[in-house]
Design a protein around this ligand. Structure first.
Ligand code: CP3
Length: 356
């Protein structure tokens, strides 16, 4: 494992960026900022370059990936780029029949319900995603000292799409399998852990300097179920990329009761949604982890003064815990109807108010 660790890491031009320093809980010149879903429909320049190109196809075109990933960095001056892709791209790449329907999300042609259905899920090899290697290479060359965050969907969130066949509010089939067929469930999550590990490794080997595991829908689980039935697979993913020494971020929505477990799964940085103030989150998570978050993305629809007030509250809660180890973000992704200027102003405001 450690033998395959790239030796270029410490000399990467992004190594001393505010973002990577905050992830390592080192002193920073200002609190770094990036936004989940910063690339996407909130930006007119995104809508323009995506015109007529389906979502999944856009994720296989290196020059387009590069352009879309860079758009929010140019426009907002954020401290990190996040690789433009989707959590279902690695599944598509190994041959799972799926699509992303506009306004809906991922839709799976043959949902996973029985043992035979696992045959769709083999390990992901770098050759399955040559466009990722190429796009990350282009990006890292262009970004210089600005870090690139790679990402993947966590086994549970991917499983929920595969089992339900699409987005769900109740996760009924998912939970039926988790409680009713624990061996099939464990085998499914284990296969997804292997695929996700492979996808993160490709991004890191090509030059991504941090990774985020999105377990967006884990907040639907009680802690004991999360610990027993989900954490082992996510821990396997974090372990698989531990040798690279790049910061590992773990994020989910509505995970107030899971924060400690999400850290224990192997994260260096725990992402927190807006429901738990960061000082409370730190108590739950315990020492030695950096925090990411957590302005309510809907606050951006309020007047500027309210945005500033709510942002000051986030910064104060983070500062009450420690003067290191905070990455400013929203508590979930940017809503597509957000005014992009509000994000630009927010980035500048966080930078100004945390200048050290
Ligand atoms: O800027 C970034 O954050 C990088 C791009 C990114 C996308 N998807 C692009 C995208 C990231 C990080 C994701 C992750 C993702 N995808 C998650 C985890 C993050 C989260 O929001 O919790 C999840 C659950 C998905 C699955 C998914 N893909 C959904 C729910 C949707 C939205 C459906 C819709 O149209 O409202 C998608 C589609 C998607 N992924 C779009 C983008 C830009 C929009 C589709 C389009 O432009 O046609």
């Amino acid at each position: 494992e450690s033998e395959s660790t790239p030796t270029v890491r410490p000399t990467s031009p992004a190594h001393d960026s505010a973002f990577l320093r905050a992830c390592r809980r080192e002193p920073v010149p200002h609190t770094p900022v990036w936004f989940m879903r910063q690339a996407g429909r909130s930006l007119p320049e995104f809508r323009k370059v995506r015109e007529g190109i389906p979502m999944l196809e856009s994720c296989t075109r290196p020059e387009l990936i590069k352009e879309i990933t860079l758009q929010p960095v140019r426009r907002h001056g954020v401290d990190a780029a996040i690789y433009y892709s989707d959590i279902v791209v690695p599944l598509k790449a190994i041959g799972v029949d799926l699509d992303i329907k506009p306004g809906v999300g991922p839709v799976i042609a043959h949902p996973v319900r029985r043992w035979e259905d696992l045959e769709q899920l083999r390990p992901l090899e770098p050759d399955d995603v040559p466009f990722v290697t190429e796009a990350v290479g282009l990006l890292v060359a262009e970004l210089g000292a600005t870090p690139l965050i790679g990402f993947a969907g966590a086994p549970y969130t991917l499983a929920s799409y595969l089992i339900e066949g699409g987005p769900s509010r109740t996760y009924e089939n998912t939970k039926a399998m988790m409680y009713g067929e624990p061996e099939l469930w464990a085998a499914l999550l284990d296969r997804l852990a292997v695929i996700t590990s492979g996808f993160l490794k490709v991004q890191i080997e090509a030059g991504a300097s941090a990774v985020q595991l999105f377990d967006s829908w884990a907040g639907g689980l009680a802690p004991d179920d999360y610990r027993r039935s989900v954490l082992p697979a996510s821990a396997k993913v974090f372990e698989a990329v531990a040798g690279y020494g790049v910061p590992r971020i773990h994020f989910g929505v509505g995970t107030g009761e899971l924060l400690r477990l999400m850290g224990e799964a192997g994260a260096d940085v725990v992402g927190v949604d807006w429901r738990v103030p960061l000082d409370r989150a730190a108590e739950r998570i315990g020492p030695d982890k950096a925090l990411q978050g957590n302005l309510d993305p809907t606050v951006l629809f309020a007047p500027e003064e309210a945005v500033r007030t709510k942002t000051r509250e986030v910064l104060a809660a983070a500062a009450a815990v420690s003067d290191t180890g905070h990455v400013f973000n929203l508590g979930h992704g940017v809503h597509p109807t957000t005014d992009p200027d509000a994000l630009t102003r927010l980035t500048a405001f966080v930078h100004e108010s945390t200048q050290r």
